[in-house]
Write a protein that binds this ligand. Structure first.
Ligand SMILES: Nc1ncnc2c1ncn2[C@@H]1O[C@H](COP(=O)(O)OP(=O)(O)OP(=O)(O)O)[C@@H](O)[C@H]1O
Length: 280
């Protein structure tokens, strides 16, 4: 890995530590010798061409994909090969927003948010459950009236926020977001970015964020990890990545869309949208 910025925190106390990861599907090798450290409290963007294995990496870290080789530690704990009780203890410290929100269509927003609470705290009082869910819904920028609605009654942006509310249900330390702004219009995407950044600051979250959205990378990511050639080829700030002479990195960040994203961030910084208006 070309670690263009390795702070002491990165090497001494990463919240996620991946070493020598290898993932295969049959003959197809997705990752080989992949290393990555995620620092506590950062928003790290994970980018790479389509099919480079960003989602498979996330699935490996959260235990949905068992690697062929390598080690993965989250919160300092090895996550591979743990029994159910041990892995549940680790799982309840993170929240996940899957692509598209992955809400249960037959449950209301409130009931969706209650799913992880019921899973980990089955004895919890039903009134308290409702109250926590209502709080998480509002925290995610949805109006309180969204709580009794079903996913089919929500816009795309509202579904993402509902998924985020569910991801925040257990007060996680670590939040995984898989392409959270995909399918949102630019205003909705910018609003979601603002929400992510604001929650990260307020709650002290670490955010692992897979995205193709250059605006998101420029607007809210502290560092970016680049996947190519079956591993993380570089990790650092965008400025640090731009200093690297790698054709994919140069094309990605310095191409027309990258330049447009830089110009757009200037405008966005000049006039941030108030959170109350970010309910797209
Ligand atoms: N369950 C699976 N079975 C077989 N192949 C899989 C499976 N999951 C992922 N793959 C393959 O692994 C590769 C990486 O997939 P992944 O979804 O991680 O890519 P990605 O970088 O997230 O892509 P995108 O940016 O398009 O979402 C792809 O070639 C995909 O077809």
């Amino acid at each position: 890995m070309t670690a263009v910025r390795q702070s002491a925190q990165t090497t001494e106390n990463p919240i996620i530590r991946v070493r020598g990861l290898k993932n295969c599907f049959g003959e197809q090798v997705i990752h080989d010798g992949l290393d990555l450290d995620v620092c506590r409290g950062e928003i790290i963007g994970v980018v790479g061409g389509s099919g480079t294995g960003k989602s498979v990496l996330m699935r490996s870290i959260i235990g949905l994909q068992t690697p062929v080789e390598g080690s993965i530690e989250v919160f300092g704990e090895n996550t591979i090969g743990r029994d159910e009780t041990e892995s549940a203890e680790i799982r309840k410290r993170w929240g996940i927003l899957f692509q598209g929100g992955a809400l249960f269509s037959t449950l209301t927003v409130s009931e969706n948010v209650q799913v992880p609470l019921k899973e980990f705290y089955p004895q919890i009082d039903p009134v308290l459950l409702q109250e926590i869910a209502a709080y998480k819904v509002v925290m995610s920028g949805l109006p309180a009236e969204a709580a009794p609605k079903y996913p089919a009654e929500l816009s795309g942006g509202m579904k993402k926020r509902a998924g985020l509310a569910r991801a925040l249900a257990l007060d996680p330390e670590l939040l995984f977001l898989d392409e959270p702004t995909a399918g949102l219009d630019p205003i909705g995407a910018a609003a979601f970015d603002e929400l992510t950044a604001s929650l990260q600051k307020t709650l002290g979250l670490t955010v692992f964020l897979i995205t193709h959205d250059l605006d998101t990378l420029y607007a809210i990511c502290d560092r970016v990890a680049v996947l190519a050639d079956k591993r993380v080829i570089a990790v650092g700030t965008i400025d640090e990545l731009l200093a690297l002479d790698h054709p994919w990195i140069q094309e990605y960040f310095n191409g027309p869309r990258g330049r447009a994203a830089v110009a757009g961030i200037g405008k966005r910084d000049a006039a941030p949208a108030p959170l109350a208006d970010q309910r797209t």
